[in-house]
Design a protein around this ligand. Structure first.
Ligand code: AVI
Length: 317
């Protein structure tokens, strides 16, 4: 049963996109928030990334979700409203829903088109389950649908998306989830672990160039939506491991001196200068627990693959 909620059929120019991109390009060093990767094409490219041989997180997390259904049923129980943050294609979600028999499912994503398609698919796979998609940026203020009033909630935040926030912002985000979900809530969250540098870099700079296309698609989107004339082919994709900050950084590097316009404003870049487009923080076991506690969640269980690549953590409010 798919019940759409406040879902526009066509995309309008987002003033927040304009504001973030102009501010990010004016900064030194240049840096743009990763949420703007996910227009329709960006969401499709991200789905392609999740199938890449080098990109271990999705495969590993999906196997954890598929393999621990009985554990989730025992630890979480049934009858909750599952609220998925940054749902995307929600391909992993059926494993969880099958295990815990929820009372409703609320997928939240910034990409409306994509969310509409994946929600329809999920609703037909779970007839009788109210599916209530919400379009929006879950890092901002969002109200949950009235239909789940009174139900205990399970926040589901898979994919290690928490790693795309700076640690202080990640804490704010966890607190916002805690507030949104209420006192009876639980949270099931995917966290990517610190591991071998070469493996990390390969996951963000794949042989087939899909991650490079995902990174450059931000420029294509800026050109289309903000009347830009960025020379997309003059930017090289870079993935760098920042050991001090325990994060992979993605950059777009100018391969020649550049001069371009966005929304009527002029920008220059020196050869070798970069736009920092994403950080993907990786967490050790202790840091992961510290982060959750700082965000108002008490970790109660954890499941990890045998190679220790990726962890699924269950926490309670
Ligand atoms: C969505 N997020 C968890 C991905 C990550 O691994 O940080 C985004 C991504 N960027 C490049 N590859 C995947």
């Amino acid at each position: 049963m798919l019940l759409t909620h406040d879902m526009p059929a066509t995309r309008t120019i987002d003033p927040a996109f304009r504001r973030d991109i102009l501010a990010g390009l004016a900064r030194s060093p240049k840096a743009t928030p990763p949420i703007w990767f996910y227009d329709r094409r960006g969401s499709e490219l991200f789905e392609d990334i999740t199938d890449l041989p080098e990109y271990y997180p999705t495969r590993t997390e999906t196997a954890l979700l598929a393999g621990h259904g009985d554990d989730f049923a025992a630890a979480i129980g049934s009858g909750r409203a599952v609220v998925e943050f940054g749902a995307g294609s929600a391909r992993k979600t059926p494993h969880l829903l099958r295990a815990i028999d929820p009372a409703a499912y609320v997928p939240i994503d910034i990409s409306g088109d994509f969310l509409r398609a994946s929600s329809a698919e999920l609703a037909s796979a779970f007839p009788g389950l109210p599916v209530l998609p919400l379009v929006g940026d879950f890092t901002g203020t969002l109200a949950l649908p009235d239909a789940i009033d009174g139900l205990p909630r399970l926040g589901f935040f898979p994919g290690s998306t928490i790693g795309n926030s700076e640690p202080d912002t990640a804490v704010d985000l966890l607190r916002a989830m805690r507030r949104l979900l209420g006192d009876e809530a639980m949270l099931l969250i995917g966290m990517d672990r610190i591991k071998d540098r070469d493996r990390l870099i390969a996951a963000y700079d794949d042989e087939a160039g899909v991650t490079a296309a995902f990174n450059r698609n931000l420029l294509v989107r800026i050109n289309r939506e903000l009347e830009g004339d960025l020379p997309v082919d003059a930017f090289a994709h870079r993935a760098i491991w920042n050991d001090e900050k325990a994060r992979i950084e993605m950059h777009l590097e100018a391969t020649e001196p550049l001069h371009f316009h966005v929304a009527g404003q002029c920008f220059h870049m020196k050869m070798g200068e970069t736009i920092h487009t994403e950080s993907s923080h990786k967490y050790g076991a202790r840091d992961e627990r510290l982060l959750l506690r700082a965000g108002g969640w008490e970790p109660t269980a954890e499941w990890m693959d045998p190679d220790g690549l990726f962890a699924l953590v269950l926490a309670k409010a």
